[in-house]
Design a protein around this ligand. Structure first.
Ligand SMILES: [Zn+2]
Length: 159
């Protein structure tokens, strides 16, 4: 190192002189060598350089953050990378939507049971109004749900 200040993390790893207008320097400071090492390993320094050159300066920080995130995901999951994380989360969302719909259906069943005339029950729990929204959700849910869910909802009426 014959320069004035210390080279950026990229130039240090690539063992080259860090020029004044080094494209990496603003995003890969020397105190965080791992950040560049991982994107270099996954994307390659010349690809990163090309990508950054094609972007306006105000978008480069976001691009680097995204590359770092993707590179980390790719190290964790070499086959799917980010896509693995996305589909895992999408699975969770649809499972939770299913659970929510089941819970809403159960609530509706309980509400309907309570609305049947029974003097003992009316004092027991407060009366709950079924609003249009939840009724619509209930209806759209029954249309698209599996048969096991329908049987759960129809159960209370069997007694
Ligand atoms: Zn540099």
């Amino acid at each position: 190192m014959g320069g004035s200040s210390s080279p950026c993390a990229s130039c240090k790893l690539l063992r080259r002189r860090c020029a004044k207008d080094c494209i990496f320097a603003p995003y890969f400071p020397p105190d965080d060598p791992h950040k560049f090492a991982i994107v270099h390993k996954v994307f390659g320094a010349s690809n990163i350089s090309k990508m950054l050159q094609e972007l306006p300066i105000q978008q480069r920080t976001d691009a680097v953050n995204s590359l770092v995130y993707e590179a980390n995901a790719r190290m964790r999951d070499p086959v799917y990378g980010c896509v693995g994380a996305i589909s895992y989360l999408q699975d969770q969302v649809s499972q939770l939507e299913m659970q929510l719909a089941m819970a809403q259906a159960e609530i509706l069943c309980i509400q309907m049971q309570q609305q049947q005339p029974s003097p003992n029950n009316s004092n027991y729990l407060p009366e709950i109004q079924i609003d249009n929204n939840s009724l619509q959700q209930y209806l759209s849910f029954t249309n698209s749900s599996t048969s096991s869910v329908i049987s759960v909802m129809q159960d209370p009426f069997e007694y």
